[in-house]
Design a protein around this ligand. Structure first.
Ligand SMILES: C[S@@+](CC[C@H](N)C(=O)[O-])C[C@H]1O[C@@H](n2cnc3c(N)ncnc32)[C@H](O)[C@@H]1O
Length: 269
């Protein structure tokens, strides 16, 4: 296990997450006993742009309906539920944070998707799956917490079928680094591992990926202004100071301290 793992788990653990989600849904006028995928999408896509980004990434990476997909670092499972419930995929999902996996399972039950999404606790750097298991590996805003990207990219490559697609969103180190902390994925630099876009591309190539593209500008045009105003957002899952942290992230991007990436890469056939 990597030394930073405990700190990453600590960063994401709320200890009372299900209660926080139920309260947030109630405050937003929803019935927490009868959530829908759409209702939960207001709070369970834990990355910049929220659900809108997931929708665009699925389109940019041309994720086929009905495919077998690994949601690597799945958080509380919003993207998994969208892929299983709306895009008809068979989803396997893994995350380092036990509380997130527990809550993801309970929400999957509530929306009737428990049999289409297989969940477990584990690390993207040491995946507990057979070689060539998946058509697609999706990974959204996880890489920033992963020090050993060589291991992570090798694992993604190993579990993909030949011709499979690896797609991930990442915040890389910009020319005017360092970014402004606290950030959504790290309150301090100790659990933040960004690297430049060039280094990320080089590591993908070294792992064997080809046709590596950064689709960020096309995605931005399609996603428009990000999450719908008035939606709940990621604060229930990620902490009440999220407005400050997302503000720092946006300012760091504007100032060239961070570079937003949406990568699509292929394991050659
Ligand atoms: C910002 S959240 C994104 C969650 C989800 N991908 C989403 O977009 O809704 C980052 C997630 O990465 C997970 N994570 C961080 N390092 C990981 C690792 N080495 N292996 C698996 N998951 C990891 C965290 O537990 C957390 O759930």
């Amino acid at each position: 296990m990597e030394p930073e793992t405990a700190s990453v788990v600590d960063h994401y653990t709320r200890n009372n997450l299900m209660d926080r989600i139920r309260s947030a849904l109630t405050r937003a006028g929803h019935d927490p006993d009868q959530p829908t995928i759409e209702m939960l999408a207001e709070l369970d896509h834990l990355h910049g742009g929220g659900f809108a980004t997931t929708e665009v990434q699925v389109e940019m990476a041309e994720i086929p309906r009905g495919c077998h997909i690994l949601d690597a670092g799945c958080g509380i499972g919003g993207p998994s539920r969208y892929l299983a419930g709306v895009h008809d995929c068979s989803v396997t999902a893994i995350d380092l944070t036990p509380e997130y996996i527990d809550v993801a399972g309970r929400l999957n039950e509530q929306v009737g998707l428990a049999d289409k999404i297989s969940l477990r606790v584990g690390s993207v750097t040491d995946l507990p799956y057979e070689n060539e298991s998946f058509d697609v590996v999706l990974c959204q805003n996880v890489t920033m917490n992963v020090a050993d990207k060589d291991a992570m990219f090798k694992e993604a490559f190993r579990v993909l079928k030949p011709g499979g697609v690896f797609t991930f969103t990442h915040l890389a180190e910009g020319p005017n680094a360092p970014p402004i902390y606290p950030l959504p994925w790290a309150l301090t630099p100790e659990v933040s591992f960004l690297e430049t876009p060039e280094k990320i591309f080089a590591k993908l190539s070294a792992a064997g990926f080809e046709s590596i593209q950064d689709m960020t500008s096309q995605a931005r045009d399609k996603a428009g202004g990000g999450p719908q105003p008035g939606t709940i957002g990621a604060a229930p899952a990620m902490g009440d100071d999220m407005p400050v942290r997302t503000g720092n992230s946006a300012k760091s991007i504007q100032e060239g301290r961070l570079v937003a990436m949406m990568v699509v890469a292929l394991r050659p056939s």
